[in-house]
Design a protein around this ligand. Sequence first.
Ligand code: CA
Ligand code: CA
Ligand code: CA
Length: 236
Amino acid sequence: MKLNKRHGMTAALVVVSGVLVSAKADIVANYTFDHNGTTATYNSTDTDTSTTAADFATGAGFNFTNPTTTGIARTSQTDGLDGGTVENLADAILNNEYFTFTVTADSGTFDLTSISFDYGRWLNGAKDLYLFTSVDGFTDGDQLLKINDFAQSTVNDVPELSAGFDFAAAANAEDYEGLTSVEFRIYFDHRAGSGGGNNVFLDNVVVNAVIPEPATLGLVAVFGGGVLFIRRRFMI
Ligand SMILES: [Ca+2]
Ligand SMILES: [Ca+2]
Ligand SMILES: [Ca+2]
């Protein structure tokens, strides 16, 4: 096809508008807690290179205990029991009974899309679960997810239930956009009974996000390239 000047300009403008809306969806946190022969591991194996997910951790009221071989995040059997056998999120918040992790942008920002995870408890472990983020806050009423009276796993240390939250579909979806950092907390409380076997556990904690491309830099680069293209084509 023989290009004329008008075609050249059109091509440049199409490329520029493509850059303005460009963004990539990626996994910004991925905790599988793979067992390394000694302990479960708590690092993220996410694929996004423009954000950093800190190691999975616990609040002061929880401690990890490591199953002999199973790759899960699990509490000590004595953790989180002080709230008793009643629903008591206030106790969980007061005593920092949660799992936590933070995703931070290395530069720029990100938009949260979704979180998903597997969870479970053994005989007398906590049977209420609450998901919070630093975007909404960490006080009662800020929770994105509240699951009451979930059933115990049929096999100890095997999470058989799944949960998640769709940030992009939330009423306040814009609150989860343009973030430089976000902390997630998953609280457990309300023990199922007063006997032993009190552990709770998580696995496969995954966070998806959209990372906007740096539009101004892209615009300069592509606009410059477009001008070069036109100059080369038409020797202007
Ligand atoms: Ca990363
Ligand atoms: Ca695992
Ligand atoms: Ca408690």
